[in-house]
Design a protein around this ligand. Structure first.
Ligand SMILES: Cc1cc2nc3c(=O)[nH]c(=O)nc-3n(C[C@H](O)[C@H](O)[C@H](O)COP(=O)(O)OP(=O)(O)OC[C@H]3O[C@@H](n4cnc5c(N)ncnc54)[C@H](O)[C@@H]3O)c2cc1C
Ligand SMILES: NC(=O)c1ccc[n+]([C@@H]2O[C@H](COP(=O)([O-])OP(=O)(O)OC[C@H]3O[C@@H](n4cnc5c(N)ncnc54)[C@H](OP(=O)(O)O)[C@@H]3O)[C@@H](O)[C@H]2O)c1
Ligand SMILES: Cc1cc2nc3c(=O)[nH]c(=O)nc-3n(C[C@H](O)[C@H](O)[C@H](O)COP(=O)(O)O)c2cc1C
Length: 691
């Protein structure tokens, strides 16, 4: 095998991929069967035949999406809404996970496909069926299909928009006709929104011609019947993360009281944070170590997995949002889909306050598309004119809105000079503001040493607004929540701190009291080699060190258990390249020497500091070069290479450094060394967990 690839590891990796696929598929099926929110959807009606559902519901346009973390879904929904609002089309917008595609060639309408890319150019988890169908479609099998496609990706990854390109290739080979150009959004360049707007404008022109559409002034038509209720009962959600947690429901537990899953996007586990602490010793930044106890559930995790943490919005931002739209947080409302192919996005009935605090993403950047759909609700003619102008002029929008880090409420307040946007219907907000999504964290514990406790290492996103000196700092929702919990848990009086935001730490019906948060585990294939004598090279600056703390704790626990059993196991060399700005932010600084002692010299840590006073900036890739001979020898001896952390600069810099090391070590060209790195990636010997 090239580069001494370990057969056992190959088998384990292949098995792992298969297991993940099966796991995901099984979960999706379970999720569908467990759909208990009372909607009459095509999904819960049990019909998964895509052509039948489109035909039976008299749809004249189909939008499909495959999304891992909600971005593709969000854009698919925006696109659908625009088709309805401007062209009065009867659009069906559907997650590919919920349908079977054997009848795709019989779908009698044009199809738009929004698809994001994950892993190493892979389709999102929920697209297993869809991928399987189109990749195996024979030539001519999709000759009736007319479609367009928008890919969502990040050009810092090697397989940029890999899933969309693969889908495109197979659809074309099966005889489908693409209308308009393939859209390619680039999150790495930060242009996803503008890429979408440019693609969408060009596709609408194509569709106008194809379908002879007349454009009308956008008019919002809700997909839901909105009813105001007057009593909070046990089935009214106050922000519970899923309907399972309503008092009217019963959680599924075994005889020992252990809550049974599956725990995933449809139902998290509400886990106590049993311990949390600040990891930085300086005051200018914060990094929080949090330990989640999963022992009340049947969740199992493996070292290298991700923890999904479900946040709620800070009280200040909720207040600001309620105020600009003049909304009463106490209003209780119910939503019923007017169309059986539509699903209510969160548990209802609920209150306006709960929906805004728990279910909508109200703090992030505002999109030009949202501006365009808000024109109809502008509070006066001047604002309408300004909004129209900004929705059409991307440069002006960038200067006046994006560069100032405005969220929706900031932007609308700025535009209307404080005048309320009180004619915007709640259904519009539910349908147009992105839904709250969990954030993922690389688990920094080992399932071998802490079986039911998951550690997470999160850098707190909190920086001054670079454009507006008198504006509040720009903050991340989840990381500031984790910091609030860390301080409260360690008996700091939050009211006396200068925290930029505060939260309702008790949650709905005190569900999160005593420092609990909803979480679920997402499987990854970031795994140590199964053979402990295989050498391992880990590269993880900043919070990128998180999974490597887990890896090293795993090796320590393994060695201790072997010694206890009287086995004399020798570990391969494990080398960790770590980088931090200086010594104040050196993560887990006190732990590493302990690990090195316990690993009997098989663990070595190499540290690069980039901002030590009066010292030249040093990065992990510089250290790789300093250790060139050792790194080359380890790779030649079959080492597994792991990179974690920043996708934009670091992962590329590291890859370039390794290409150089291989090229010099093997006396081959840079192109040949690049090919070798690709081979290592394909074979699973070079793994990245980057974001
Ligand atoms: C696979 C994976 C693993 C990860 N592992 C880790 C890990 O181990 N540790 C870790 O710390 N992170 C990790 N992350 C990143 C993590 O998931 C979150 O993205 C990160 O913690 C920020 O979340 P947040 O909710 O605090 O910020 P968000 O609320 O999501 O905000 C994101 C960013 O937008 C900025 N922002 C807020 N409002 C605006 C506005 N109006 N306009 C423009 N910008 C705005 C925020 O300041 C912040 O920088 C990982 C990500 C992935 C995908
Ligand atoms: N998507 C997200 O929401 C999110 C959230 C958290 C972290 N991240 C990413 O993950 C990374 C780790 O975050 P962090 O705050 O923990 O790290 P950090 O402290 O900002 O950076 C850790 C070290 O990496 C160095 N570094 C910067 N650019 C580099 C490059 N191109 N190559 C190699 N090293 C480089 C830094 O040097 P300098 O002195 O030059 O800064 C520092 O020494 C960040 O770079 C960030 O982009 C993303
Ligand atoms: C772990 C991870 C792996 C990714 N892999 C790729 C990739 O291989 N190619 C690519 O173009 N984009 C990749 N991306 C970027 C996403 O496709 C991009 O952020 C997209 O907007 C996400 O859309 P979604 O939220 O609908 O899933 C990756 C992102 C993450 C977090």
């Amino acid at each position: 095998m090239p580069f001494g690839i370990d057969n056992t590891d190959f088998t384990v990796l292949a098995g792992l991929v298969l297991a993940v696929l099966l796991y995901v598929k099984r979960n999706s099926i379970k999720e569908l069967l467990m759909s208990d929110d009372g909607d009459i959807t095509a999904v819960s009606s049990g019909n998964r035949d895509i052509a039948q559902v489109v035909t039976e519901n008299n749809k004249n346009y189909l939008v499909l999406y495959a999304s891992q973390t909600g971005t593709a879904e969000d854009y698919a929904k925006k696109f659908s809404k625009e088709l309805v609002a401007k062209f009065n089309l009867n659009v069906m917008c559907a997650d590919v996970e919920n349908y079977d595609f054997e009848s795709l060639n019989d779908v009698p309408v044009i199809v738009s496909i929004f698809i994001s890319t994950y892993g190493e150019g892979d389709f999102p988890d929920g697209a297993v069926n869809f991928e399987d169908f189109i990749c195996n479609a024979e030539a001519g099998a999709l000759s009736n299909l007319r479609y367009n496609m928008f890919g969502l990706g990040n050009s810092t990854y090697e397989f940029f928009n890999g899933a969309a390109k693969k889908a495109e290739k197979h659809l074309s080979a099966a005889g489908a006709t693409r209308l308009g150009k393939l859209g390619e959004a680039d999150d790495g360049a930060g242009t996803t929104d503008e890429d979408y707007m440019a693609w969408k404008d060009s596709i609408l022109e194509v569709l106008k011609d194809e379908l002879h559409l007349d454009e009308q002034e956008a008019k919002f038509t809700s997909q839901f019947q909105y009813t105001v209720l007057n009593e909070i009962t046990d089935s009214v959600s106050l922000g519970e993360p899923s309907a399972h947690y309503l008092p009217s429901h019963q959680l599924n537990r075994n005889a020992d009281g252990i809550q049974l899953g599956p725990f995933d996007l449809s139902q998290p586990f509400i886990a106590p944070i049993v311990k949390s602490r600040e990891l930085f010793s300086s005051n200018d930044r914060n990094c929080i170590h949090s330990e989640f106890d999963l022992s009340g559930s049947n969740i199992k995790y493996s070292t290298g997995d991700h923890l999904a943490v479900w946040p709620s919005n800070p009280l200040e931002k909720v207040e600001q949002f309620l105020s600009i739209f003049n909304l009463d947080p106490e209003t209780i409302f119910d939503l019923k889909p007017l169309d059986p192919t539509v699903k209510v996005p969160f548990p209802t009935p609920t209150t306006i306050g709960a929906a805004i605090k728990h279910y909508l993403e109200i703090t992030g950047p505002v999109s030009r598309q949202l501006f365009s759909s808000l024109i109809q609700f502008a509070p006066n003619a001047d604002v309408k004119e300004k909004l129209t102008l900004l929705s059409k002029d991307k440069d002006q929008f960038a200067v006046e809105i994006t560069s100032k880090y405005f969220n929706i409420a900031d932007a609308l307040k700025y535009l209307s000079d404080g005048a309320k946007w009180d004619t915007v219907p709640m259904q519009f907000l539910v349908e147009s503001v992105p839904q709250m999504t969990p954030r993922y964290y690389s688990i920094s514990s080992s399932s071998l040493s802490e079986k039911q406790t998951v550690h997470v290492t999160s850098i707190v996103e909190n920086f001054p607004n670079p454009e507006l000196s008198d504006a509040p700092p720009v903050v991340g929702v989840t990381t500031n929540l984790l910091r609030n919990i860390q301080l409260a848990q360690n008996n700091v009086n939050i009211a006396e701190t200068n925290l930029p935001v505060h939260y309702d730490l008790n949650g709905p019906r005190k569900l999160f009291a005593n420092y609990k948060l909803p979480v679920h585990v997402r499987r990854s294939n970031f795994r140590l080699p199964s053979n402990p004598s295989t050498p391992v090279i880990m590269i993880g600056p900043g919070t990128g060190v998180a999974p490597f703390r887990g890896f090293i704790r795993e090796r320590v626990a393994f060695l201790e258990s072997q010694k206890k059993g009287g086995n004399n196991v020798s570990l391969g060399k494990h080398i960790l390249f770590y980088g931090s700005r200086n010594t104040d932010d050196f993560l887990y600084q006190d732990e590493w020497p302990e690990y090195a002692k316990k690993l009997d010299g098989s663990f070595e840590m190499v540290v690069a500091h980039s901002r030590l006073p009066n010292t030249k900036k040093v990065y992990v890739q510089d250290k790789l070069k300093d250790y060139e001979d050792q790194v080359f020898e380890m790779i030649n001896n079959g080492a597994f290479i792991y990179v974690c952390g920043d996708a934009k600069g670091m992962a590329k810099g590291v890859s370039t450094a390794l290409v150089g090391i291989l090229s010099r070590g093997k006396s081959i060209t840079t192109d040949e060394a690049t090919e070798l790195i690709k081979m290592l990636k394909t074979s699973g010997r070079y793994q990245e967990d980057v974001w």
